[in-house]
Design a protein around this ligand. Sequence first.
Ligand SMILES: C[S@@+](CC[C@H](N)C(=O)[O-])C[C@H]1O[C@@H](n2cnc3c(N)ncnc32)[C@H](O)[C@@H]1O
Length: 273
Amino acid sequence: MSNVIPFKNREIEDHIDRRANNAAEGEVILLGAGPGDPDLLTVRGLRALQEADVVVYDRLVAPELLACTAGDCEKIYVGKRKDRHSLPQEKICELLVSLASSGKRVVRLKGGDPFVFGRGGEELDVLENRGISWQVIPGVTAAMGCAAATGIPLTHRACAHALTFITAHRQQGELAFNWDLALQKDQTVVFYMGLSVVGDIAAGLIERGKAADTPVAVIANGCRADQQVVVATLETVAERVRQSALPSPALIILGEVVTHRRALLDVAVGVSS
Ligand SMILES: C[S@@+](CC[C@H](N)C(=O)[O-])C[C@H]1O[C@@H](n2cnc3c(N)ncnc32)[C@H](O)[C@@H]1O
């Protein structure tokens, strides 16, 4: 008897039918650009860029990727500008809906992976509600890219059996993440968007019982030619980041895995410890 489970998911079938019917009506592809090095784009992602009529892109996207598009492809920047905020999320969603409704094949190009702190879910909700065909093509998220580029394994059988991604931005002035999650033993914690609050994170963890000598790495501009890395402990990290004047974007990796970093890469990646 066959073990194959018959394909019966009505929702997926409807979606595929709709995509077939709407083929001439345009679609939106949420595409992960990876963390900075254009070579980290997937092969499927490259194909999507080459076939795009319009690319709607963010600030953290490598400029080289825009050069992979066809000559007549329109490129629309919706990220932060020097003196202004980025386009509000609702406006970006409206733009995607309107472009796809006019029959365009739209690539929504985002840094890292669209579904990791990338608002991909919010955009998908709107597309689905408005009956727009969509696809998601994953990208290398910053945690994976930065870990690879600095020789820090994210898990390790000796010390890290779990991996937690946390967004460290503030809500109403307070760090809003679940501290208990960050305090679990035998794991690696990766903080996104935490550079400006690295001192508060470190102090908060020590206050709640985390060892002050827990290793921490902060990687700025990971996977780019100007990558910088600070290796420190919870106790010293804030001062070390301040001294190094690390720029944004930066990622914080916390846990014993940092001690397994392959030092061979240090010259290439500009580690200071
Ligand atoms: C809005 S989140 C987007 C995350 C993205 N969707 C991903 O999967 O990597 C932006 C944060 O990602 C991290 N980040 C993105 N690119 C990075 C890079 N090249 N180096 C270090 N951190 C990066 C930083 O913490 C930054 O504040």
